[in-house]
Design a protein. Structure first.
Length: 268
């Protein structure tokens, strides 16, 4: 069970492209599956806490990396006459530096006894006989949680704006849990692949929404710092407007994807 973490840890130490993302996904996947299948792994609560800790450490580097790359792409796509002031420094260079600092912390974390104990405990859990849980029932419950979260987020109807950003983010997390849970049973339940694929699409769409919400907040904060320094903030406003539009489009698209997820209940 620890093999994927060990492999990706080596890549992170070497600062290989996308390595932080791959290790963070591996940690999140393990934590999600252990949580969804808690009836099968009843003694995994402490391990899930440790995987959360690892994901948080990796998340600091990953979030900075994503923001730097995204802002670079956004600014590169803008006409040159719309690029004013220190926007590239504040939205690209600053986050690249944050990534380097956070990556150093992540690498140091991978050398700690706490990380190595996590790997040992994961292998020990895998070696234990599981309880007599019913994995398919857990996947069905995960499906129900996605539908319920989507309804609370305002995605069940055909019209109107989606609900609060926090509700959409919660739906995304539920979709991710459903995806990982469904993927885990595809060997015995091939039709679960369709559910996993639809859940992944919902996770991706709502991930785009969450990324846009976070990016907009970072742009506005950077604009405040630029304004306080007496700098031109015009381009920050342009980028913030683009992020608002990206969030709105993703929120609207999630409605159709959730409808697909709901219809696939019969595949479980």
């Amino acid at each position: 069970m620890s093999a994927k973490l060990s492999t990706t840890a080596d890549a992170v130490r070497g600062d290989e492209p996308d390595s932080v993302h791959q290790m963070r996904v591996a940690a999140r996947r393990l934590r999600s599956v252990l949580g969804t299948y808690a009836s099968v792994f009843p003694d995994s609560a402490a391990l899930r806490d440790e995987l959360r800790w690892l994901g948080t450490v990796l998340g600091d580097a990953r979030d900075a990396e994503v923001l730097a790359d995204h802002f670079a792409d956004v600014l590169d796509a803008l006409p040159s006459e719309l690029i004013r002031g220190t926007v590239r420094y504040r939205l690209v260079d600053t986050y690249r530096e944050r990534y380097r600092s956070a990556h150093d912390v992540a690498v140091a974390t991978l050398a700690t006894p706490r990380f190595h104990a996590l790997l040992t405990d994961l292998d020990a859990l895998c070696a234990q006989p599981g309880s007599s849980g019913r994995p398919l029932d857990e996947v069905r419950r995960a499906h129900g949680r996605v539908v319920k979260a989507g309804r609370k987020a305002g995605l069940r109807g055909h019209k109107g704006d989606p609900g609060p950003d926090s509700a959409l983010h919660r739906t995304r997390k539920r979709a991710k849990a459903l995806r990982y849970a469904a993927e885990a049973i595809t060997a015995s339940r091939p039709r679960a692949k369709r559910v996993a694929a639809a859940a992944e699409e919902l996770q991706t769409v709502l991930g785009n929404h969450q990324d846009a919400v976070v990016a907009r907040g970072e742009v506005l904060a950077a604009a405040d710092r630029a304004r306080a320094a007496g700098e031109d903030t015009f381009t920050f406003g342009v980028v913030a407007a683009l992020e608002t539009d990206r969030a709105e489009q993703a929120g609207a698209a999630a409605r159709d994807v959730l409808r697909t997820v709901r219809r696939l209940k019969s595949a479980l």
